[in-house]
Design a binder for this molecule. Structure first.
Ligand SMILES: [Zn+2]
Length: 188
């Protein structure tokens, strides 16, 4: 589509009519069509070539936004799964093992009222083996899960933080897209 670089009134009617995102998009479109920054500036009513370059960068960011959002959503999904697993581990009790066998803490016997003091107790039950007491709880897995969850939350903060994972820039004739810490799934 040909671009008219002169407005019809000659008094900047077109210039006033294009603002914001529409003007940014027009700048990017003209640049893609091979117009010089100076020509674009004149056409859309921007004062400097630098302003046009910035407008083009904004336009490119707008175009990239859906792709970035999709990437972010995918990473958030992974983070949610990992967080959910970590929370499950935190919520569960983990029995201690030694040489592949559950470690028991010794039976406290019966309470003053003659009731068992732990689940599965066989204290003094005729015909059963000596009660070893309840399993010893190992806090290690919970502590590991807490540490992992903290990492995941930090990762999540970076994912949504002010430190945007994507940067676009025009370098010469190339659109350069830099993704910072955004696709490193191994680090999750
Ligand atoms: Zn017992």
């Amino acid at each position: 589509m040909p671009i008219t670089t002169q407005d019809r009134t000659g008094k900047g009617l077109f210039k006033r009519s294009l603002t914001g995102a529409a003007r940014d998009a027009e700048c990017a479109r003209m640049r893609a069509a091979g117009y010089l920054l100076r020509e674009i500036a004149e056409h859309v009513g921007l004062k400097t070539e630098g302003a046009v370059a910035k407008a083009i960068e904004r336009a490119l960011r707008d175009v990239q936004a859906p792709a970035v959002e999709a990437l972010r959503a995918s990473q958030q999904h992974t983070l949610d799964l990992l967080k959910s697993t970590a929370l499950d581990i935190m919520a569960r009790d983990h029995v201690a093992h030694s040489n592949g066998r559950i470690v028991h803490g010794g039976c406290p016997g019966l309470d003053a009222a003659g009731n068992f003091q732990h689940d599965g107790c066989t204290f003094n039950v005729p015909g059963t083996a000596y009660c070893e007491g309840p399993p010893v709880i190992d806090d290690g897995p919970k502590l590991s899960a807490i540490a992992q969850l903290q990492r995941l939350l930090e990762r999540e903060a970076r994912l949504h933080g002010t430190d945007s994972p994507i940067r676009t820039a025009i370098e010469g004739d190339e659109l350069v897209i830099r993704i910072k810490g955004g696709v490193d799934m191994d680090a999750v």
